[in-house]
Ligand binder design. Structure first.
Ligand SMILES: [Zn+2]
Length: 242
């Protein structure tokens, strides 16, 4: 079984489902003892997000949270085509929210203002009321881990995120595992003993996952091809020179 293949994805989630209850962020209360949250931060490909959403719905019977950027340079979530796909993900019963990409001035005031603006635009466009957002690359600014707004909660709140070593020592704390940059930096999710650890926040970047599963380099090559096809399709519908 290849790393980052759909089969591996299914194997991970089946393992978690066997021991823990899949929940959305807003279902985790102070006294919730047994849960896992599946979060998807979508950086490049809405189509790949859709594929994972379908696997979760049809094969795994799991509902999860998908976060989309509105300021990146790889996709436009508001295009007619992409909007349809995102609404399709929502209709499957998954939750959607803003993946907050901020490149402006590093001050709390500026970040808060931009966060309010972006989330308002996102929620308005998708008629959405999930009160969670996920910051993109929060390690770039310490504020991004902490910022919350009225009716808008950060997926890095203490309930959902702790230093890995601390959480490993204290099983009352939620363990956070992410596949950032095509690697499980802290621990592979299948290597966590779920008979002991009962609170887990799993982050998948759908862009990294494919049917066969590839290395980082080959995965990006395939992603580039997928994007080229998408652009070609757009050209075919928008021009008559081809
Ligand atoms: Zn991100």
């Amino acid at each position: 079984m290849s790393n980052f293949s759909f089969n591996e994805f299914k194997k991970i989630l089946k393992y978690y489902k066997k021991f823990l209850k899949p929940v959305f962020f807003d279902e985790v209360k102070k006294n919730t003892e047994n849960f896992f949250i599946v979060r998807h931060d979508v950086e490049f490909s809405i189509e790949r997000a859709f594929e994972l959403a379908e696997i979760e719905k049809k094969e795994l019977k799991i509902k999860s949270s998908f976060f989309f950027q509105i300021t990146n340079n790889s996709y436009n979530p508001f295009s007619y085509e992409n909007k349809k796909i995102i609404i399709g993900i929502k209709k499957m019963g998954h939750k959607i929210g803003l993946h907050f990409n901020y490149k402006g001035e590093n001050s709390v005031v500026k970040i808060k203002k931009e966060l309010s603006k972006q989330s308002k635009i996102f929620n308005q466009e998708f008629d959405n009321n999930y009160s969670f957002f996920s910051p993109h690359r929060p390690s770039k600014s310490k504020f991004l881990f902490k910022i919350n707004q009225k009716n808008l909660n950060n997926t890095y709140e203490k309930k959902f995120f702790n230093d890995f070593r601390e959480a490993r020592k204290n099983k009352n704390k939620t363990i956070y595992l992410a596949d950032s940059r095509h690697e499980w930096k802290y621990l592979h999710p299948l290597d966590l003993d779920l008979r002991i650890y009962k609170k887990v926040h799993l982050v998948f970047h759908p862009d990294a996952w494919s049917k066969k599963g590839y290395s980082k380099k080959d995965n990006y090559s395939l992603l580039k091809k997928e994007k080229a096809l998408e652009f070609n399709k757009t050209l075919l519908t928008e021009t008559d020179y081809l």
